[in-house]
Design a binder for this molecule. Structure first.
Ligand code: ADP
Ligand code: MG
Ligand code: MG
Length: 378
């Protein structure tokens, strides 16, 4: 096999690939997990499986991560088969070990998992045209609708309080009070911005707790490059990168897509003149998302889609500002004001969303073609 890593070799055998693999090599550009491509068959072989060592610094409970992934992908597979679809291409299929476990633990305790490679697919790294963003909305909308009746409350919360915006606000306030790096005096306008939005931070969480917004299966990394498109048709094929599947609000997945996808600039663009919330891109995603998710969403969810966009952007800005106050311990920085600049881009986007609030609502309404559902808190 030409594999030097004993643990990798053990993992291949654990997934019954040791005997059949012709070739194994590092795969992809991810910097979270260690990923390898497994080729089967003669000659150069055919890329058939992906085998990965899970990063336990990030994912402290691999068992729970894998239970979430197996629960959701097996559910998807059954639905795709039931409608005569191609279940090997329309969802990831994780395979179990020889002993029937969802992952293999190597001699050093490293957790390995394995899934099918999806052939003839393309991955788009960043939005080139509104059409790309529209397609991405369609894929994530379809993902939500497919999982509409999945019991979201049975999923593990693998990263605790991930989108608890109230807690994010409290963490910010604590960092501000302590001000261990004496930076509070350098971010007064940004601090004032957060304080002026303090009440917003509870809006969505309150609605969830009151049972007015349903708990959903959420993906929590709804980037364009986490969708595979069919090489020939260009249609969205499959949502990938399922490590952060958790119970949560549909609005958060939608909002996070808008946050980074409907901006005219990078998240850390220092020149705020270049940073704008782009309504055309907002419309493209919203159209795609509602075309596919539409009938699964409640009226309340639809009404609050603009809130999802605003809150995810605000929350992200608060996290950047908190990290700035705490001395840049979480996000990687290249200079001391990096996190402050990031916070500024997010707050600029929030302000522009607020300035276009009516238009955002009108766009959502325009594409809410089907009647929303009555709320059905699971
Ligand atoms: P990360 O968490 O590092 O983003 P991903 O699961 O998104 O990891 O995988 C990284 C990239 O590898 C994807 O963006 C895609 O280009 C490619 N990839 C991942 N899984 C598959 C697959 N099953 N079939 C084809 N390509 C894949
Ligand atoms: Mg990814
Ligand atoms: Mg990932």
């Amino acid at each position: 096999l030409g594999v030097e890593d004993r643990n990798l070799e053990d993992a291949l055998f654990a997934f019954k690939l040791g005997e059949v693999a012709s070739y194994v090599k590092p795969f992809g550009s991810g910097h979270i997990n260690d990923t390898y491509a497994v080729y089967l068959g003669d000659g150069a072989g055919t890329l058939s499986y992906v085998i990965q060592r899970i990063n336990t610094e990030v994912f402290k409970k691999p068992q729970e991560v894998m239970e979430n992934i197996f629960g959701v992908t097996e559910y998807l597979r059954a639905r795709i088969l039931a409608r005569g679809g191609d279940a090997d291409r329309e969802t990831l299929n994780y395979i179990k070990t020889k002993t029937g476990a969802p992952y293999f633990e190597d001699a050093d305790g490293g957790p390995w998992r394995c899934y099918n490679y999806i052939p003839d697919s393309v991955c788009i790294e960043s939005v080139r045209t509104p059409k790309d963003f529209y397609n991405s909305g369609k894929s994530f909308g379809a993902f939500l609708r497919e999982l509409e009746n999945y019991p979201a409350e049975t999923l593990h919360e693998t990263i605790e309080k991930f989108h608890d915006t109230r807690k994010r606000l409290r963490d910010f306030e604590t960092a501000l009070e302590r001000d261990v790096w004496d930076r509070a005096r350098t971010c007064k306008p940004e601090t004032a911005f957060v304080q002026a939005h303090a009440r917003d931070c509870a809006v969505l969480m309150d609605l969830l707790e009151q049972g007015r917004l349903p708990l959903r299966v959420t993906h929590n990394d709804t980037k364009l490059n986490n969708i595979l498109f069919d090489k020939d048709t260009g249609e969205g094929l499959c949502v990938i990168d399922l490590d952060t599947i958790m119970p949560g609000l549909a609005l958060n997945d939608y909002g996070d897509s808008i946050r980074f996808g409907a901006s005219t600039a990078r998240e850390d663009e220092p020149d705020l003149e270049k940073v704008h919330f782009d309504l055309e891109l907002f419309e493209a995603y919203t159209k795609g998302y509602l075309e596919t998710a539409g009938s699964a969403l409640t009226d309340m969810e639809k009404e609050y889609l603009p809130w999802g966009a605003k809150m995810m952007t605000l929350e992200c800005g608060i996290r950047f500002l908190t990290d700035y106050l705490q001395g840049d311990t979480y996000f990687k920085v290249t200079h001391s004001t990096h996190n402050l600049e990031r916070a500024r881009t997010q707050f600029k986007l929030v302000s522009e969303m607020e300035a276009h609030w009516e238009e955002m609502g009108a766009i959502v309404k325009k594409y809410s073609m089907t009647e929303g559902k009555e709320n059905h808190a699971h």
